[in-house]
Design a protein around this ligand. Structure first.
Ligand code: ATP
Ligand code: MG
Length: 394
């Protein structure tokens, strides 16, 4: 019985998992999860693409490492595989929770884990009636949100199932708030209603923290997190061109992160999550922003070669060669004194404000090869594979 890597398209993360599996001598089979016909009938189950029959591969699979990128497809994949008697990493229950920021926050909140104040209204911004009439609810929704969060402090509206900072919008006055609410439409990334959140005054960075558990072992939080940092936008997503740093975590935050993992992984013997957290630094800053911007600018220049390698198409034809180039470029960037300086500032800030940390999201299928791995020095493919391996019944 083996581990199947289920994926939509083989990107860097999947290639990284394959490479790591080779290095660890772990057998992997591959399961494309897009143009494949999954059929159930009185004759049983089959899985076929146009050219290949995957049925026996699935029959011989004990554990599915679910790397489908789209949240919907991933949830569907875990559920189907579980119904076929497979163990999954992560389980469909965890996928269901992490799919939605609101569901994630509800679970964390119930366990007493710190989160940003979050308000959900099930009503959509507009209602389209059968007769073609459109009812506008934006102003009403804005009033409901302001009852809970003062607009002067900033209100963030976000797509419940969004990623990459998409449809995460900040308002500092009522007009902006109404306009932002108007942007939310029922869609695949925002299936129902509107989610609002207090603005966490997080200075210039947020954190991505890796927690995982193997069957039969205690859960573990990797003590170095990835900080995403920059002043360009209030969103710190790397997708928006922010820089990344490896940042040591205080023990108390590692423990809280483990508590998050246990909560989100409830019911499973193995799990892995990348938790997003912000620190409500407010005015408790050790250096001024102008100085910091200068340092970030210099570090940003040193990051350009890394971005160039990332775009290099040789990753598709010679992954290992490309990866060596990427690692070399990242090392040059991280050897810079500005990098070291900013990293220290973030570490100090996290330490000083550790009681002000809130968790706001959990990624059940995190991207890791290009940023998290290089910034933290932790190859997430290893706990992914070991977690899957631990689920095989011997
Ligand atoms: N309540 C908030 N207060 C301050 N900043 C926020 C808040 N919510 C989100 N942000 C900023 O916006 C970014 C994106 O928000 P969030 O992490 O909720 O969703 P996402 O970007 O869609 O998810 P992913 O990180 O998986 O791509 C965060 O990393 C953070 O920098
Ligand atoms: Mg996020």
């Amino acid at each position: 019985m083996s581990i199947a890597l289920l994926y939509e398209r083989s990107e860097n993360d999947e290639n990284g998992i394959k490479l790591t599996a080779q290095q660890l001598d772990i057998d992997l089979t591959f399961l494309p999860f897009r143009k494949i016909a999954l059929s159930i009938s009185k004759d049983g189950f089959s899985a076929k693409t146009k050219g290949k029959d995957y049925t026996s591969i699935i029959n011989d699979t004990a554990v599915v490492l679910n790397r489908a990128q789209s949240k919907n497809r991933r949830l569907q994949a875990s559920y189907i595989m579980e119904q076929l008697g497979k163990k999954t990493l992560n389980s469909s229950q965890s996928e269901f929770v992490c799919y939605s920021k609101l569901r994630t926050l509800l679970n964390l909140w119930k366990e007493g884990i710190p989160i940003p104040k979050t308000v959900f209204v099930p009503c959509d911004s507009t209602d389209n009636l059968k007769n073609g009439q459109v009812i506008h609810n934006e102003k009403h929704l804005a009033e409901l949100f302001q009852q809970e969060i003062p607009i002067l402090d900033g209100i963030v509206i976000k797509a419940d199932a969004g990623t990459h900072g998409k449809m995460v919008m900040l308002a500092k006055n009522v007009e902006e708030l109404v306009a932002n609410i108007g942007e939310t439409k029922p869609s695949i990334i925002n299936p129902v209603g509107v989610v609002a959140q207090e603005l966490v005054q997080k200075w210039f960075y947020d954190l991505r923290i890796i927690v995982h558990k193997e069957k039969g072992k205690q859960p573990f939080c990797y003590p170095v997190s990835m900080a995403r940092a920059g002043f360009k936008d209030f969103r710190t997503n790397t997708f928006l061109g922010n820089l990344v740093f490896g940042v040591k975590l205080p023990r108390s935050i590692q423990e809280l992160a483990i508590k998050c993992g246990r909560t989100l992984g409830k019911g499973s013997e193995a799990w892995i999550f990348a938790l997003d957290a912000m620190v409500n630094v407010k005015e408790n800053k050790q250096v001024d922003d102008a100085y910091l911007k200068g340092e970030l600018d210099k570090a940003g220049k040193a990051f350009v070669p890394v971005q160039r390698v990332k775009q290099d198409e040789t990753r598709l034809t010679d992954f290992q060669g490309w990866n060596s180039k990427l690692e070399k470029a990242f090392k040059c960037y991280a050897d810079n004194e500005n990098y070291e300086n900013i990293k220290k500032i973030i570490e100090e800030s996290v330490e000083k404000n550790r009681a002000e940390l809130v968790f706001h999201e959990s990624n059940s299928c995190p991207e890791f090869w290009e940023n998290t791995r290089l910034a933290t020095g932790y190859n997430v493919a290893i706990p992914l594979l070991k977690g899957a391996l631990s689920l095989i019944d011997h």
